[in-house]
Design a protein around this ligand. Structure first.
Ligand code: F6P
Length: 364
């Protein structure tokens, strides 16, 4: 088969960090374009950066990236290995891991490394590029918190799951005249809770970005009850934090949390119950949000970002992260997402939208 000219002849591909729906669609997008259009050779690296350290790799053939568009998870496996973060007091292991990665890269004769991941993965990618490796990043995460792209793939699928969960909680909360607190993922950024909370009609939405005041929440729920709405749904991002906790140092906060429930949903539910006397339950949605088939929108975004990454490979445009920019696919310098988290700004239009339809955001 005649193939178009390509600067990159052979590249490695890995998925790192928490998995999400759409990873396989992205892998397929990169590999099909790179292989079928440009005849590149592809090395699949197992379990994120761990596979580069341990040289756990295999050549990917077309049959490996066929029939995977709709599959959840990642055919390559993933890990939270962060080679630039010391695991002990000594920095020796960082030096060892980074040189192992560089050795594997050289030994395999790679022209570039394609990394699919979140903030941590793209930051590691950038650091490796500063070590002399050619790297291209793809932004994935259900948290949607990567700088440089308007959206990450995985987010839309998780949003669908979160919204359906809130819908389902409505009927049971109504039947029992209960308050139900649902906890969605999002340690540092509250995009998922904000979007699902708004889509599911949550009565209260709590985000990590804005410390909540339990009295404001309780007053809101009491007002609803007085007006005849005897049930309510509280949507909390897992990283949501109370004003009281935000004023504590790390040690005191850890102690407080250990004494007041395993996670934010339990702490908030307990406080609401103490404050209002209303029957309150907690539900933690957990890893369900990351599992299963990608939504149609994620399949399209992941495929488009994947094919765009292959085009960068062909042109030899390394040190970039492909990105959604408005209605177009482009790319940004890999330094853009480095060490950052894209948080919900307090002037985001959705905060006002939520308030306008009577949703309490946990603060006045
Ligand atoms: O993928 C990001 C994320 O979903 C966060 O929202 C969550 O805090 C984290 O992963 C938990 O994942 P793990 O237990 O795999 O580290």
């Amino acid at each position: 088969m005649a193939t178009a000219k390509s600067v990159t002849k052979k590249f490695g591909i890995l998925t790192a960090g928490g998995d999400c729906p759409g990873l396989n669609a992205a892998i397929r997008g990169v590999c099909r374009t790179a292989h079928d259009r440009y005849g590149m050779e592809i090395v699949g690296i197992a379990n994120g950066f761990r596979g580069l350290i341990d040289e756990d790799v295999r050549i990917l053939k077309p049959e490996d990236f066929t029939g995977i568009l709709t599959r959840g998870g990642t055919i390559l496996g993933s890990s939270r290995e962060k080679p630039f973060t010391p695991t002990s007091d000594k920095d020796d292991d960082v030096t060892d891991k980074v040189s192992a990665i560089k050795d594997t890269y050289a030994k395999l004769g790679l022209d570039c490394l394609v990394v699919l991941g979140g903030n941590g993965t793209n930051t590691t990618g950038y650091k490796l590029s500063r070590e002399g490796l050619n790297v291209i990043g793809l932004p994935k995460t259900i948290d949607n918190d990567i700088f440089g792209t308007d959206k990450t793939f995985g987010f839309d699928s998780a949003l669908t799951i979160g919204t359906e969960a809130i819908d389902r909680l409505h009927s049971t909360a109504q039947s029992h005249s209960r308050i139900i607190v649902i906890e969605l993922m999002g340690h540092k950024a509250g995009w998922l809770a904000l979007y699902a909370g708004l889509a599911g009609g949550g009565d209260v939405i709590l985000l990590p970005e804005f410390p909540y005041d339990i009295r404001v929440i309780s007053r809101h729920l009491e007002k609803r009850a007085k007006s005849g709405r005897m049930f309510s749904i509280v949507v909390a991002a897992e990283g949501a934090i109370s004003v009281k906790e935000s004023e504590m140092d790390k040690k005191d906060r850890k102690k407080f949390r250990a004494e007041n429930g395993p996670s934010v949903a339990y702490r908030v539910a307990q406080k609401i119950n103490e404050d209002t006397g209303m029957e309150t339950r907690a539900t933690v949605l957990g890893y369900v949000q990351r599992g299963g088939i990608p939504s149609a929108s994620d399949r399209i975004l992941a495929t488009s970002l994947g094919t765009a990454a292959a085009e960068l490979l062909a042109k030899g445009q390394y040190g970039r992260m492909v990105a959604l920019q408005g209605d177009a696919i482009g790319s940004v310098d890999l330094s853009i997402p480095e060490g950052k988290v894209k948080n919900v700004p307090n002037d985001h239009y959705m905060i006002d939208t939520a308030k306008a339809v009577g949703t309490c955001m946990g603060f006045e």
